[in-house]
Design a protein around this ligand. Structure first.
Ligand code: LLP
Length: 422
């Protein structure tokens, strides 16, 4: 269903390409993305909101690959960015500037300038001091910055605490009770133009209720502002729709789309959405090789060549990712193992006491649902080179990012003159 399926001989394919072939040509660990899944997910999500005028601003942080960004741009998508780096990537990938929204609690003056110069659609502003700085920066450039206030509706998104963002104690957004006052501050600021309201209550949401509750609060505030003479151009409800990693049953995008567009019916505002995970999560796997099967008295460890630096979600959020063998050997039966990486941390564990088909050293595995917050959260910890990324399309595949080299690991490093004897 996600275009990672076994063929009749028990080989795991990405679309029509055997993962064996990718590993043989490009090595491991390697991220592999299925274009058919990316395209389908984007289209399904986009069409789910077709009852109302809307713009899908893909959340770049989920997967920053230029090939993916330009694919979504070609399908009419925009970008939700959170840094100058993501702005750079979005522009480089050809995302039209009037489809870019800029979120995040810590925008710098420099990032504001860059985004103003680019002419983005909206700054999703998250605090009063940020408003004041944006006003200054815009005035210094003789322009007006389009502002959507990110409000915090204080709803419990019922997700992992690290990725819940809509509770009043979270650092994100301004309390919705402050919305009216800050909107009026925007209206009075010569460098700012009030264009919208924004919220994003969390990620990997598996229920619709909290998002709809947040939307109700945002729309009530939008009505209040319109009543006060400040009509809005857009309402942004963020991203957050969850995916199935193992057994979760999140709503289908159509359910979200129907419920949200019903609430937007007859309203003048453009609806903006910022999905990340739901588009890319299940469109990618991390392909890795078993280095060792290490047996101790108490446990069996499957030591992979991928590690927490490549995919940190299991270590950071105790996230579950399914692990499949790339070649099926049903005659071998199963074993129960801890699946670990080579990094010098006990937390470098992909799965604990997981029952898997019996694998041998040298064989390949696919770690599933790794398309979102996989490579984009990768580091070079332990001086491990970051993985290659591959895009598959039908029977073709291409390295859309080469594996990092030892040279690129140290790029930018230098010795201070006193160590060089200068
Ligand atoms: N918009 C804003 C303002 C966000 O902060 C995020 C994600 C999104 C949109 C996209 O949310 P999504 O549709 O992907 O749920 N690293 C974590 C997830 C962190 C999400 C951060 N914000 C993980 O691996 O689960």
């Amino acid at each position: 269903m996600f275009h990672f399926d076994y063929d009749a001989t028990g080989q795991l394919l990405a679309e029509e390409v055997p993962l064996q072939k990718i590993a043989a040509e490009l090595g491991t660990p390697t991220y592999v993305y299925a274009e058919a899944t990316l395209t389908r997910h984007f289209r399904v999500y986009d069409q789910a909101f077709s009852a109302h005028s809307h713009l899908v601003c893909y959340a770049v942080k989920a997967n920053t690959s230029g090939a993916l960004l330009s694919l979504f741009a070609s399908m009419g998508g925009g970008a939700d960015i959170v840094s100058g780096g993501e702005l750079f990537r979005a522009l480089r990938a050809g995302v039209p500037t009037d489809r870019i929204v800029f979120s995040g609690v810590g925008k710098t003056a420099e990032e504001m300038q860059e985004a103003l110069d680019a002419g983005i659609l909206s700054f999703n502003v998250e605090s009063e001091p940020e408003l004041l700085l944006l006003d200054q920066v815009a005035r210094a450039r003789g322009v007006q910055a389009p502002v959507a206030l990110r409000v915090n509706p204080n709803v419990d998104a019922k997700t992992h605490p690290y990725i819940a963002t809509g509770l009043k104690e979270s650092k994100f957004g301004v309390p919705i009770t402050e919305g009216r006052r800050l909107a009026e501050l925007v209206v009075r600021s010569p460098g700012l133009r009030l264009t919208g309201l924004d919220c994003h209550i969390g990620s990997q949401l598996t229920k619709l209720g909290p998002t709809l509750e947040a939307l109700d609060s945002v729309l009530a505030l939008a009505d209040e502002l319109r009543g006060a003479g400040h009509p809005l151009e857009h309402v942004d409800i963020g991203g957050g729709l969850g995916i199935t990693y193992s057994g979760e049953t999140p709503p289908h995008p159509d359910e979200l789309g129907q419920a949200v567009t019903a609430k937007m019916k007859g309203r003048p505002e453009l609806l903006i959405l910022e999905p990340g995970r739901v588009i890319v999560g299940n469109a990618g796997i991390l392909l890795s090789r078993v280095l060792y099967v290490k047996e101790t008295k108490d446990r069996t460890f499957l030591v992979l060549d991928a590690a927490m630096n490549d995919l940190i979600r299991p270590s950071l959020y105790q996230a579950h990712h399914e692990i499949w063998p790339v070649e099926r050997h049903p005659e071998r039966g199963n074993f129960t193992v801890d699946v670990v990486g080579p990094i010098c941390e006990s937390g470098d564990t992909f799965a604990k006491a997981r029952t898997l088909p019996r694998l041998l050293a040298g064989e390949l595995v696919a770690i599933l649902s790794a398309g979102a917050y996989g490579f984009s959260m990768a580091s070079t910890y332990n001086s491990r080179r970051r993985a290659a990324e591959v895009l598959v399309s039908g029977d073709r595949f291409c390295a859309i990012r080469a594996r990092e080299t030892y040279e690129s690991l140290v790029a930018g490093e230098t010795l201070p003159p006193w160590q060089r004897g200068a």
